[in-house]
Design a protein around this ligand. Structure first.
Ligand code: AMP
Length: 383
C-alpha cells in the first residue's frame, strides 16, 4: 500500500477539471481561484470513478475535494439517495451540507442532514421527498433511520467517510460497518482522514476497491499562517490573562478551548458576569443552541466563543483572529486541530496557549512534535 501522488496532479486551475459549466460557475462564485493540493490530487481520480483515500486535515479544502465529484455524479432524474456522507460530528455534517448547496447552486442537489440532538420528524419528511439525493449525517442517527426503515441506501453510488480517524476515536467503527452493509458493493467510496492508524487501513481493506492513496502535508495549513505563542500562567490567573489578551485587541474574534463541558460553562459564566459577551459550545447543547451560538459568533455579535473539543474539528469560521488554549489539548492532533480554527484560507491568526506550572512538561511533549517552535511570550500590560 504505497501513498502516491497522481501524475495528473498539475492542475493550475479549476477549468482544467472536466466538470459541468454549472459547477465551474459555482466554484468561481465561491471565490476560489486555484484548486488546493488535496483537490488537485483527488478530484481527477474521483471524477474517473475511482475509490480514493485522502490523508488530509480540515483546512486543506478536502470537503470540496469530495463534493465537486459528488455533484458531477448526481443523476438529476433518478430516484432515491445517491450519495451518503458520514461525518463524526453534527458541525461537520452541516458544513458539508452547506458547501454542497453552494457548489450545486446552479443545478441544486438537495442534501438532508441526519444528525442527532434535533427532531427526527423533519428528517423523515425530507427523506420522503423525491428531491433529496444526498444524505449527510453522523453514524448514530443514520443507523436510527435505517432501523426505522425511513432511510434506504440501496441506490447509493457515492459514499464518503469524512474524518475517519475521528470516527474511530469516537467509537463509531461498528456503526459505520453496519451502515456500509446497507449500501451496494458497486458504489464508489472516498475516505478522508487526518491520520492513518491501522484500524483505518482495516476499513479501507474491507470496504474499498483498490483505492488511490493520496497525502498532503498535514501540518502545512497551520504552520505557515498561524503565529503560535504560549504564556506561563497558573490556574487561577488564567482568566485574568485571557481578559488581558482580549482587551489588548481592537476587534478580536476568539475561540477559547476548555477540556471539559463543566470548565467551559464555568469560564463562560465568569466572562459574562464580568461584562464580556460570549457564546458557549459543547456537546451537551442541542443542535439549535449550537447553531445559534455559531451564527452569533460568525456574524461577530459575540466575539468570544468558549468551546470544548467538539468545536475543534470542522468548524470553519472565517476571520477567527485568536485560538486560545485555556486548557492544554490532550495531544498534538487536538492541538493542531484547535489552532486550525484560525488562519482559515491563508489569513493570519494567532494561537495562544496558557500553560500552568503543572502543564509545562505535557506542553513540551506536544510541541516537540510540531515542525515549528512555539515561542514563549509575555502578556501585554493590562490597562
Ligand atoms: P476544508 O478543509 O474542507 O474544511 O476547507 C477549508 C476552507 O477552505 C473552507 O473555508 C473552504 O471554503 C475553503 N476552500 C476550499 N477549497 C478552496 C480553494 N480551492 N481555494 C480557496 N479556498 C478553498
Amino acid at each position: 500500500m504505497t501513498i502516491e501522488a497522481l501524475p495528473e496532479a498539475t492542475h493550475a486551475s479549476f477549468s482544467d477539471f472536466p466538470v459541468s459549466g454549472a459547477t465551474r460557475k459555482a466554484i468561481s462564485e465561491q471565490g476560489w481561484d486555484v484548486p488546493t493540493e488535496i483537490q488537485n490530487l483527488t478530484i481527477p481520480a474521483l471524477l474517473d470513478g475511482e475509490d480514493v483515500v485522502g490523508l488530509a486535515q480540515t483546512g486543506s479544502g478536502k470537503t470540496a475535494a469530495f463534493l465537486i465529484p459528488l455533484v458531477e455524479a448526481m443523476e438529476r432524474n433518478a430516484r432515491g439517495i445517491q450519495a451518503l456522507i458520514i461525518t463524526p460530528t453534527r458541525e461537520l455534517a452541516s458544513q458539508a451540507a452547506d458547501e454542497l448547496k453552494s457548489l450545486s447552486r446552479h443545478e441544486p442537489v438537495k442534501p438532508v442532514v441526519l444528525c442527532g440532538g434535533t427532531s427526527i420528524k423533519p428528517q423523515i419528511n425530507a427523506l420522503r421527498g423525491r428531491a433529496t439525493k444526498v444524505a449527510v449525517g453522523t453514524p448514530g442517527r443514520i443507523l436510527d433511520h435505517l432501523q426505522r426503515g425511513t432511510l434506504q441506501l440501496g441506490s447509493v453510488k457515492y459514499l464518503v467517510l469524512d474524518e475517519a480517524d475521528r470516527m474511530l476515536d469516537m467509537g463509531f467503527a461498528p456503526d459505520v460497518g453496519r451502515i456500509l452493509s446497507h449500501t451496494p458493493d458497486a458504489r464508489q467510496t472516498a475516505l478522508f482522514s487526518a491520520t492513518m492508524p491501522k484500524e483505518i487501513k482495516g476499513i479501507v481493506n474491507r470496504h474499498m476497491r483498490s483505492p488511490r492513496w493520496v497525502a498532503v502535508e498535514t501540518s502545512a495549513p497551520t504552520v505557515d499562517t498561524v503565529e503560535q505563542v504560549y504564556y506561563r500562567v497558573d490556574g487561577k490567573e488564567k482568566t485574568t490573562a485571557l481578559k488581558t489578551l482580549i482587551d489588548a485587541e481592537e476587534k478580536p474574534l476568539v475561540i477559547v478551548f476548555r477540556r471539559t463541558k463543566r470548565g467551559a460553562k464555568n469560564l463562560h459564566r465568569q466572562l459574562e458576569r464580568q461584562g464580556y459577551k460570549a457564546g458557549l459550545l459543547h456537546g451537551g447543547k442541542t443542535q439549535s443552541q449550537r447553531t445559534k451560538a455559531l451564527e452569533s459568533f460568525n456574524m461577530g455579535r459575540t466575539r468570544i466563543l468558549v468551546a470544548t473539543n467538539v468545536a475543534a474539528r470542522g468548524l470553519d469560521i472565517p476571520n477567527v483572529s485568536h485560538v486560545i488554549n485555556y486548557d492544554l489539548p490532550e495531544d498534538v492532533d487536538t492541538y493542531v486541530h484547535r489552532i486550525g480554527r484560525t488562519a482559515r484560507a491563508g489569513k493570519h491568526g494567532v494561537a495562544v496557549s496558557l500553560i500552568g506550572e503543572a502543564e509545562v512538561r505535557e506542553f513540551r511533549q506536544i510541541t516537540k512534535r510540531l515542525p515549528v517552535e512555539v515561542r514563549e511570550s509575555r502578556l501585554p500590560k493590562s490597562a
